[in-house]
Design a protein around this ligand. Sequence first.
Ligand code: ADP
Length: 153
Amino acid sequence: MNKVALFPGSFDPITKGHESIILRAIPLFDRIIVAIGVNVEKNYFFPLEKRMNWIRKVFKEYPSIEVITYEGLTVDLCKSLDVRYILRGLRTSADFEFERSIGQMNKMMLPGLETVFLLTTPEHTALNSSIVRDIIRNGGDASQFVPDQVDLI
Ligand code: ADP
């Protein structure tokens, strides 16, 4: 069976935490679609094109990984692509509470869908895109928190 997972997020920007989850999921799925969600009401820090190109660059050696953008509900995208697995990372108990609601509601909307969680590795638990953005906004150096291929300047 062809197992395809969708890894949805804003990736504003992609961090070493995202990279680690995706790399660890490679042996679990035949294909992983990294899906950048576009919410018209949200202001993003980095342009969509840039976020997408960074992810492409990070995973260019991995043919099973592709990058797309989408608008609307993640379950609708799963339905249209016939994807049955959503991949998410779990950092903290707060992540768990949030993800449980979304995962359970997604499953109510699309019963064949399963959300697969990977626990964050300890060194990536504190990492999140919003702190990376704050560092950059305030002129700091956030390069240690993003994959080597991501050129934040
Ligand atoms: P969102 O816009 O939904 O917050 P993100 O781009 O922040 O999406 O994250 C997408 C996915 O990546 C989520 O499952 C999130 O838990 C996971 N993730 C984010 N940061 C990390 C990290 N440091 N370690 C592991 N997983 C992470």
